[in-house]
Design a protein around this ligand. Structure first.
Ligand SMILES: Nc1nc2c(ncn2[C@@H]2O[C@H](COP(=O)(O)OP(=O)(O)OP(=O)(O)O)[C@@H](O)[C@H]2O)c(=O)[nH]1
Ligand SMILES: [Mg+2]
Length: 391
C-alpha cells in the first residue's frame, strides 16, 4: 500500500493511501489559550476522538493550536484555516470537527474555505445521541435538542438547516424536515415539547404508584461501566459497549438485597460528559427523572482514568443542574482490575468516605457494594423496614 506525505505547519503527515472509503475521514481541531492549557485541551481532543469514532468517523489526525484569542471569522485564524484546506485536499478529508461551540458564521466561513462539512463538539454529541436513540422517548428528546440547537443558527438568507452532504452531524430529523422554515420548526418544537410533557406526566403517575418502592439509580460519566454494573446487580441485559453514550434510555429492574424487606429497584441512566449540551440535558428531563426520583445514587467512576477527579466534579455539577444535589450518594469506583498501583484506593477512601471499589469485569468488590447499598438504604429508610415487611 502506498504512502502519502504532506508537510504543513512544520509537521509531516504520513498515511496509507485510502483504498476503499467507507467511513467519513475526520480531522479534529482544538485550540488552547496558552501552552499551559495545552494538556487539558490535549485530553479533550482525545475524548473528542473517542466521540468521533463512536459516531462512526475515521479519525485522521488531531490538531492542537495555541492561540490566545479566538478568531471571530474562522475560530482558528485565516492562516490556519488555509492550512486546514490544504490538508483536506491532500488527504481526502470529509469532515472537520472542532472542539468548541462554533458560531454560524464561523461554520460558514470554514466550510467555504475548506469545501467540507464543519461540525462542533455539540453537534457531534447530538449525532451520537441520534444514532443511539431507540425508544420513541429518546428519539423525541434528541430531535428536540437538535432543533433547539439549530434554530438560532438559521440565518434569514436562505441558509437552510440542511448541511453539506449527509453523515455525521446531519443525522436526526430527516433532511426534509430540516428544510422547512423557521415557523414550522418552531411548531415542531412545541409539538415535541408537548409530547415530552405527556411522557413525563405518565411517568410521574407510574412513579407515584411505585412510591412504596425504594429507588436506586446508577449515574456517572459515560463509558464508566454503569450498564455493566446494572447487569451484574440485576437480571437486566443492558447493552454494554466500549462506546460513549451506549445507553440513552433508563432501564429499571428489581434489585434483590438479601434480608432486606423493602422492594428496591435499580435504574441505569444516560451517561454524562464535559460540556454536555444544555439542550440535551433539558430534553432528557424525562429520562433523567429516574435519577431525580431516586432515594439513593450510585455514582460510577472509572478509577483507571487519569482525570477522574475532574470527571467527578463534572458529574456532580450535572447532577446539581438536573436537581439531584443533596441526595445520598455512594461513589462506586469501577475498573479496579485496570489499576497497576492500588495505592490510589487508600487516598480516595480518605477523600470519599462513602465509597466502594469494584470491578464489573472480575466481580471483585461487588459483595461489598451490595452490603454498602443495603446499609445506606437501611439508614435512609428508618422505620420503613418494619412497614416494608408488609409491602
Ligand atoms: N476492564 C474493565 N472494563 C470494564 C469494567 N466495567 C465496564 N468495563 C468496560 O467499559 C466499557 C463501558 O461499559 P458500559 O457498562 O457500557 O459503560 P456505561 O457507563 O454504561 O457507558 P454509557 O452507557 O455509554 O454511558 C465496556 O467496554 C465494558 O466492557 C471493569 O470493571 N473493568
Ligand atoms: Mg450504559
Amino acid at each position: 500500500m502506498g504512502k502519502d506525505t504532506l508537510q504543513t505547519g512544520g509537521r509531516i503527515f504520513e498515511v496509507d493511501k485510502p483504498v476503499e472509503k467507507k467511513k467519513e475521514r475526520a480531522l479534529l481541531i482544538g485550540v488552547a489559550s496558552s501552552s499551559r492549557d495545552r494538556w487539558v485541551e490535549g485530553d479533550r481532543l482525545e475524548e473528542l476522538a473517542q466521540l468521533a469514532e463512536t459516531a462512526g468517523a475515521d479519525v485522521f489526525e488531531k490538531i492542537l493550536q495555541i492561540r490566545e484569542e479566538i478568531d471571530p471569522a474562522y475560530y482558528v485564524g485565516k492562516g490556519k484555516a488555509r492550512e486546514l484546506a490544504e490538508l483536506v485536499k491532500a488527504f481526502d478529508i470529509d469532515l472537520l470537527i472542532f472542539d468548541a461551540e462554533l458560531s454560524p458564521s464561523q461554520v460558514r466561513n470554514l466550510e467555504a474555505i475548506t469545501g467540507v462539512k464543519v461540525i462542533d463538539r455539540t453537534e457531534l454529541i447530538m449525532d451520537i445521541f441520534a444514532q443511539h436513540a431507540r425508544t420513541s422517548e429518546a428519539k423525541i428528546q434528541v430531535e428536540l435538542a437538535q432543533l433547539l440547537y439549530r434554530l438560532p443558527r438559521l440565518t434569514g438568507k436562505g441558509l437552510e438547516l440542511s448541511r453539506l452532504g449527509g453523515g455525521i452531524g446531519t443525522r436526526g430529523p430527516g433532511e426534509k424536515k430540516l428544510e422547512v422554515d423557521r415557523r414550522r420548526i418552531k411548531d415542531r418544537i412545541n409539538f415535541l415539547k408537548k409530547k415530552l410533557m405527556d411522557i413525563e406526566r405518565t411517568k410521574n403517575l407510574q412513579r407515584k404508584r411505585r412510591r412504596k418502592i425504594l429507588k436506586v439509580s446508577l449515574v456517572g460519566y459515560t463509558n464508566t461501566g454503569k450498564s455493566s454494573l446494572m447487569n451484574l446487580l440485576t437480571s437486566a441485559h443492558v447493552k454494554v459497549e466500549d462506546q460513549l453514550f451506549a445507553t440513552l434510555d433508563a432501564t429499571t429492574r428489581v434489585l434483590h438485597i438479601p434480608d432486606f424487606p423493602i422492594r428496591t429497584v435499580l435504574s441505569d441512566t444516560v451517561g454524562f460528559i464535559e460540556d454536555l449540551p444544555p439542550g440535551l440535558i433539558a430534553s432528557f428531563r424525562a429520562t433523567l427523572g429516574v435519577a431525580r426520583e431516586a432515594d439513593s445514587l450510585l455514582h460510577v467512576i472509572d478509577i483507571s482514568h487519569h482525570r477522574l477527579e475532574e470527571r467527578i466534579k463534572i458529574v456532580d455539577k450535572v447532577l446539581e443542574e438536573i436537581g439531584c444535589s443533596g441526595k445520598r450518594m455512594i461513589r462506586v469506583f469501577n475498573k479496579i482490575d485496570l489499576l497497576l498501583d492500588r495505592s490510589i484506593i487508600e487516598r480516595l477512601r480518605d477523600e470519599y468516605p462513602e465509597s466502594v471499589y469494584v470491578s464489573a469485569k472480575t466481580g471483585e468488590g461487588i459483595e461489598e457494594l451490595r452490603k454498602t447499598v443495603k446499609r445506606v438504604l437501611e439508614e435512609i429508610a428508618p422505620g420503613l423496614q418494619k412497614l416494608g415487611a408488609n409491602l
